[in-house]
Design a binder for this molecule. Structure first.
Ligand code: SF4
Ligand code: SF4
Length: 368
């Protein structure tokens, strides 16, 4: 594609109701060429945190799986374990949480496979093609089952994120298609700074760190910098605010996300497409439960083969909508970034610079 050309983003608006069965059929036909008959197709989806309720509803995912099967391919629903301790930290825990949230082999009609194995370390290192800005990543460890698929359809619930601002397809691929090592490497830029004078030695962080990196010395916390996986559980739980994010952490994480996505997507060439669901647009992401009240009314579904264009179009549609409830009156073309204290376009600019896609797009309605 020439740089001057705009990428196509197909759009099914929810303006006449949420007729998602029809909408997904119309959109899928626009991107179906990425799937060949007989392909094993990774359907990448965040199946929700325990206690969350705004993750993608199971029927949306089931519909896409059925459409892929009708195209003669073999889909499986997939995601990876989390870096932070909780109810999706291992594959077994994740499958139990997925079942609680309505995702089972029976409800999906296809297998559900946690792509990075039981503990979250199964994968292969892939070179990241190119480097922009001050990113130190040159490789990413892509989860085995995703790496081994013939093609991938990425289903993303669009919402906010406390660090990235906007959580769309770039974020879903960057953090969700890789193993724990690569999640930790991306979050390295968020490792909390320490104000030791505030520490009361309560020991909560020592108990909470599942990687055994925290200890107490003379009634003050001590972090093993070699072993720390940057999950930031300690940062969020410390009652004394001992930890704080480093300067520019939010913007730097976005640049790292773009690099990780570039590595993970390099595996698929033209065999990947993205579907963004702009509904239940909460300020926080699906890993946070609860993730807050909707910021704007539900907007619709988008599909594209360009990961940058689809995220940019989703962000723009949110920016053009009138905020609701307690968000009414907030005016910003990037309300999710504003609510989370960053500029969400950083990730899209970095991804464009890395050659992942185009911020210029043409929105094409597909209703039938
Ligand atoms: S949780 Fe906070 S106050 Fe308690 S030991 Fe850890 S750093 Fe110190
Ligand atoms: S020290 Fe904190 S950030 Fe590092 S792994 Fe432990 S809980 Fe996570």
């Amino acid at each position: 594609m020439k740089a001057s050309e705009r990428s196509e983003v197909f759009f099914f608006p929810y303006d006449t109701g949420r007729a998602f069965l029809r909408g997904l059929k119309a959109l899928f036909s626009s991107i179906a060429a990425v799937v060949s008959e007989g392909d094993s197709v990774a359907v990448k989806v965040h199946m929700g945190e325990y206690g969350g309720s705004t993750y993608l509803r199971p029927p949306l995912v089931r519909r896409v799986c059925d459409l892929i099967k009708e195209a003669g391919a073999r889909p499986f629903v997939t995601d990876t374990t989390t870096l932070y301790p909780g109810r999706r930290f291992t594959a077994r825990q994740y499958l139990a949480t997925a079942a609680f949230n309505g995702f089972t082999e029976e409800s999906m009609g296809v297998p559900i496979i946690i792509a990075d194995g039981e503990q979250g370390y199964d994968g292969e290192w892939v070179d990241i093609p190119g480097r922009v800005s001050d990113c130190s990543l040159d490789k990413v460890k892509v989860a085995s089952e995703i790496l081994n698929a013939d093609s991938m359809i990425v289903l993303t619930h669009v919402k906010g994120h406390p660090v990235a601002g906007f959580g769309g397809s770039i974020k879903n691929v960057a953090m969700g298609c890789v193993t724990k090592e690569s999640k930790a490497a991306q979050h390295r830029v968020n490792r909390g700074l320490i104000a030791l004078s505030k520490c009361t030695g309560c020991g909560q962080c020592v108990e909470a760190c599942l990687f055994g990196c925290m200890s107490l010395h003379e009634e003050k916390m001590a972090r093993d910098e070699e072993k720390c996986m940057n999950c930031n559980r300690c940062l969020y739980l410390c009652p004394e605010d001992v930890f704080s994010l480093p300067p520019r952490a939010k913007e730097r994480l976005q640049v790292y996300l773009a690099h990780s996505a570039a590595g993970a997507l390099s595996r698929f060439h033209s065999k990947v497409a993205f579907i963004n669901f702009v509904q239940d647009v909460t300020p926080l992401c699906d890993c946070v439960a609860p993730s807050g009240l909707p910021v704007v009314p539900d907007i619709g579904i988008l599909a594209s083969t360009d990961v940058v264009a689809i995220d940019r179009a989703s962000l723009d549609l949110i920016g053009q909508s009138k905020p609701v409830g307690k968000f009414a009156g907030i005016s910003s073309p990037d309300i999710l970034g504003k609510l989370n204290g960053t500029d969400s376009l950083v990730q899209m600019r970095a991804a464009q610079e890395l050659g992942l896609g185009n911020m210029e797009y043409e929105l094409k309605e597909r209703r039938q």
